[in-house]
Design a binder for this molecule. Structure first.
Ligand code: GN1
Ligand code: MG
Length: 362
């Protein structure tokens, strides 16, 4: 997009400072993000084009985000936390008071850029412990939010729904890619029943939904130079869900010894020392509100997310790449295989995960 257009959009928001430049930022698979650089001491900003095809109700989405950030801010302030502006995102309204601006069919929003942060693509056991504790706190802080949040993507982490999407993709075979991936479809189908356990427990009234982040991959966390978590970003998917979402999705990225889209499957393994450190931190802050069923199923959650992501990437590959941004034609297949390898490695680690949790509960 042209500088002039980007600057025109930025000018619709209630920001301070003179804009010098608007340049691409980050590597999200869904939204498109820019950094807005301003002159002198004024804060810089982050401008985002919200992917409206994926998030159909932008008004609901921004209501969720504004409610969540205001609630977290109030909690941090009440606890006299220092540097609150670095620990929660600050969105800036447009001149009409709305937290988004519609420009030629596209939805835009702006938040304050938090300087001097590090985003770690890999984490250490030490930082994972802190992240675990932070997510436990994140869920605890949002437990008493006074408004009910909408589901910004319906059935986002509903495993039955994701399998149904895969089955539809398989039935239609739109891109003619099925034959090549049939083996992987079969592997996923073998595990389908077991992986839908969360939905069954919920229907039986045994598994609650709580406010979760629902995209807790390491890329979505800002750290300070010392490895402390500052805040969680990418709040589009904050919604009611099983706590498995945040627990399992973090491990999916952090406990992967390789990349999400690693071409060399030998690089991809489930890292138990990250699992242990993260789980210890998470249990420390979340144990007070978790039910025995939630705790018992944490190892299931560690498998569920590589499984779900394999299902999602593979369905997108079979459909001809209509959802995730890709860098090359086989990208979604490479991603699917890497996530499946991670799943296999996590499955092998299940007994060790269970033993570790039992030990923690002592
Ligand atoms: C997407 O936008 P990004 O890259 O943070 C996706 C997540 C996936 C993730 C896989 C709305 O997140 O669910 O786990 O890619 N977000 C949406 O990397 O589908
Ligand atoms: Mg992201």
């Amino acid at each position: 997009m042209e500088q002039q257009d980007l600057k025109h959009i930025v000018a619709q928001f209630d920001i301070t400072g003179n804009v010098v430049e608007v340049k691409p930022l980050g590597n999200g698979l869904i939204n498109t993000t820019y950094k807005v650089c301003t002159e002198g001491d004024a804060p810089d900003y982050v401008l985002q084009h919200i992917n409206n095809a994926i998030f159909p109700d932008v008004e609901m989405l921004m209501n969720n985000i504004v409610a969540v950030t205001a609630h977290i801010r109030a909690k941090l302030e009440a606890a006299a936390t220092d540097d609150v502006d670095r620990k929660v995102l600050t969105f800036v309204p447009a001149k009409d008071g709305k937290y988004f601006y519609l420009h030629e069919d596209k939805y835009w929003r702006i938040m304050v850029y938090i300087p001097d942060t590090v985003s770690q693509s890999g984490v250490t056991p030490e930082s994972s412990y802190i992240v675990g504790e932070t997510f436990g706190n994140f869920q605890a802080m949002l437990a008493d939010i006074p408004v009910s949040l909408g589901e910004t993507i319906k059935d986002f982490h509903n495993m039955e729904f994701r399998l149904q999407q895969l089955r539809e993709a398989v039935a239609e075979n739109k891109a003619g890619r099925l034959a090549e991936v049939q083996w992987l479809v079969d592997e996923l189908e073998k595990r389908a029943d077991e992986m839908c356990k969360g939905e069954r427990l919920h229907r039986q009234g045994e598994l609650p939904k709580r406010i979760c982040h629902c995209d807790t991959k390491v890329d979505n966390i800002l750290f300070d130079q010392a490895g402390n978590v500052l805040c969680v970003i990418d709040l589009d998917t904050v919604m009611p869900n099983y706590i498995f979402s945040d627990f399992g999705d973090f491990l999916r990225s952090a406990a992967n010894t390789g990349d999400e889209d690693d071409k060399n499957l030998d690089n991809v393994n489930f890292n138990m020392s990250i699992f242990k450190a993260f789980t210890e931190g998470y249990l420390k802050s979340a144990r007070c509100f978790l039910t025995p069923i939630e705790i018992e199923n944490l190892p299931y959650a560690a498998c569920l997310f590589p499984y779900m992501q394999t299902v999602r990437f593979l369905a997108d590959y079979i459909n001809g790449d209509t959802y995730y941004k890709i860098q090359y034609p086989e990208h979604n297949l490479v991603r699917s295989k890497a996530q499946f390898k991670l799943l296999q490695s996590a499955e092998a680690a299940m007994p060790e995960m269970k033993a570790f949790i039992a030990e923690q509960l002592g």
